[in-house]
Design a protein around this ligand. Structure first.
Ligand code: F6P
Length: 574
């Protein structure tokens, strides 16, 4: 790989951090954790959220060097340019203004010379009104029944963020109360099995479909949208679309062409990236239909609180900046390619999948923002599961295999407290015992001497040894409400942007998803020609041609009748 001269690797701070790695490798976390002043300096709090990063393989000196790197990479300037509406997504020539989606009504955020906050609130007000009407039974289905079930069709950013927030809200008592008698379902995969799952037990008469697509061209989403339209019109007739289908998009022209009245469309804007869009109508509409607008507004306020903090707090106590720098340190200097997201809350079970897209689509890049190949890796391989399920799955590798920096996320007040009399601790306490224990187990490990002192036979000592010195950080939230869910979301959104700003890449485009999409189009074309015109498969390599022929012939043996029966079979099952 050729080097990006004049980039990050040539900064003094980068060189200093590189040589600093040698000093850090001589230190073990069990010693670092004995330094109270160091630990105190690595615990920060903002608006109820506590961050403890004392279990990072780093000293105060490391952070001074990272702050210097941030300075040399003009981090403050890049953050200001983001909030200022500059076209920092240069390959798409767009501003990056998801912060405007949760700005207070009176805020002023300019985009190309125009304050965008009033139009954001115009759509928020429209969603409040629409969701209230649906929830209160003023907006009824074609046969006069209330619409109690919502199916949100979308994929990627038009799915993962809303799914994460929905999953986190559904067991919160205030949200659960307002969701009583209602269902929110997501249809994302174009696999008909996903449609079959979603449609099971649904009735057309009581279902509202929300098509969520920024571009309104995404193949999977549009086929699912046509599938749902067929499902609705097959029993209720074409006129029912007006009552049973609405859309969220930046492309209102295509929404209209699909047959949805623009009055039933909820707009957002090019300056909102798909994976940063959960605070737009993409998330707000389905969530407001399920939980009422007030809860969603609280979620937006939580995110907005972090936005203000991110924009003005000094880096030394700026949670997203600290987290971003920690990731850069782990990836670029300590050579850790992955990051585990480990929420100790079942309600956060969809947090890791959301962060996976947010982080990997944003920062999985091979060139700098000016197109120069990077001489260093960017991005992390993100994965995770809620504790304690992860502990009984992949933690073996984390404790004794590869070094994977871990993010532990814990909650003080459970959404669903449970305590059995006679038990030493409550059920949630038991969960949280693991939250505290795992971070220390990773940091301290267990030495052969300790094992021998416990009488472990020599033959087992190597197997039972834990090297320790494995980095983690802990985020402790007071509770899991719409507000703190919004905070958590924004912390990670900004952390990921910080990483990209430091690495000098564009975290807001996603050209890497295009090639596979266009090749799929070529396959689709060939499939169609083979079936309709008997044309031989051509234009692929030997491997693809062979497998594709096998697939087509196999399918032909199964479905001898007209191919059109296939999609409606899924529908007819209901
Ligand atoms: O997978 C690529 C992608 O463009 C994502 O960035 C985006 O969130 C997703 O597809 C869905 O796009 P759309 O909202 O336009 O349907």
């Amino acid at each position: 790989m050729s080097s990006a001269r004049g980039g990050i690797v040539d900064t003094k701070a980068w060189q200093e951090l590189k040589s600093h790695v040698g000093e850090i490798s001589k230190l073990h976390l069990k010693d670092l954790l004995g330094d109270k002043a160091r630990c105190e300096s690595m615990m920060k709090e903002y608006d109820g959220i506590a961050l403890d990063f004392s279990r990072q393989r780093a000293t105060q000196d490391t952070f001074q060097k990272l702050f210097q790197l941030a300075k040399e990479m003009k981090l403050k300037d890049k953050i200001d340019r983001m909030f200022g509406g500059d076209h920092i997504n240069s390959t798409e020539d767009r501003p990056v203004l998801h912060v405007a989606l949760r700005a207070p009504r009176e805020a002023l955020i300019a985009c190309d010379g125009k304050n965008v906050v009033p139009e954001v609130w115009e759509v928020l007000d429209k969603m409040k009104d629409f969701s209230n009407r649906v929830r209160e039974g003023q907006w009824l289905g074609a046969t006069g029944k209330p619409l109690t079930d919502v199916v949100a069709i979308g994929i990627g950013g038009s799915f993962l963020g809303p799914l994460f927030v929905h999953t986190a809200m559904q067991t919160e008592p205030g949200c659960a109360r307002l969701a009583k008698g209602r269902r929110l379902l997501f249809l994302s995969n174009v696999d008909p099995i996903d449609a079959a799952f979603t449609l099971k037990g649904l009735s057309q008469e009581t279902t509202l479909v929300v098509i969520v697509s920024k571009t309104f061209t995404t193949v999977e989403t549009m086929l699912n949208a046509r599938t749902m339209r067929t499902w609705i019109t097959s029993t209720l007739g074409p006129a029912a679309v007006a009552k049973h289908m609405v859309a969220v998009s930046t492309n209102l022209k295509l929404v209209k062409e699909f047959g949805i009245d623009p009055a039933n469309a909820f707009a957002f804007w090019d300056w909102v990236g798909g994976r940063y869009s959960v605070c737009s109508a993409v998330g707000v509409l389905p969530l407001a239909l399920q939980y009422g607008f007030a809860n969603v507004n609280e979620f937006l306020e939580g995110a907005s609180s972090i936005d203000s903090h991110f924009r003005v707090a000094p880096f030394e106590r700026n949670l997203p900046v600290l987290l971003g720098l920690i990731s850069v340190w782990n990836v670029s200097f300590l050579g850790c390619p992955a990051r585990a997201i480990l929420p100790y809350s079942q309600a956060l079970q969809k947090f890791a999948p959301h962060i996976q897209q947010l982080s990997m689509e944003s920062n999985g890049k091979g060139v700098s923002i000016d197109g120069t190949p990077l001489p260093y890796e960017t991005g992390e391989i993100d994965f995770g599961e809620p504790g304690t399920n992860g502990q009984h799955s992949f933690y073996q590798l984390i404790h004794q295999g590869r070094i994977i920096p871990c993010d532990f996320v814990g909650i003080i007040k459970s959404q669903q407290p449970m305590y059995l009399s006679g038990e030493p601790v409550s059920n949630h306490d038991e969960l949280m015992c693991n939250f505290f224990a795992q971070a220390d187990a990773l940091a301290y490990g267990k030495t052969p001497d300790e094992l021998r002192a416990e009488g472990v036979p020599d033959s087992l000592v190597p197997h039972k040894t834990f090297t320790g010195n494995r980095p983690s950080l802990s985020l402790l939230l007071p509770n899991l409400t719409p507000y703190t869910i919004g905070q958590l979301l924004a912390i990670y959104e900004h952390r990921i942007a910080v990483q990209g700003f430091i690495w000098g890449i564009n975290s807001f485009d996603q050209w890497g998803v295009e090639l596979g999409k266009s090749l799929a189009g070529k396959v689709r074309n060939q499939m169609h020609l083979w079936r309709t015109k008997g044309k031989v498969v051509e234009g692929f390599n030997y491997s693809t041609t062979t497998l594709l022929n096998r697939y087509l012939k196999g399918k032909a043996q199964i479905y001898s009748a007209s191919y059109g029966v296939f999609p409606s079979e899924v529908i007819r099952k209901n």
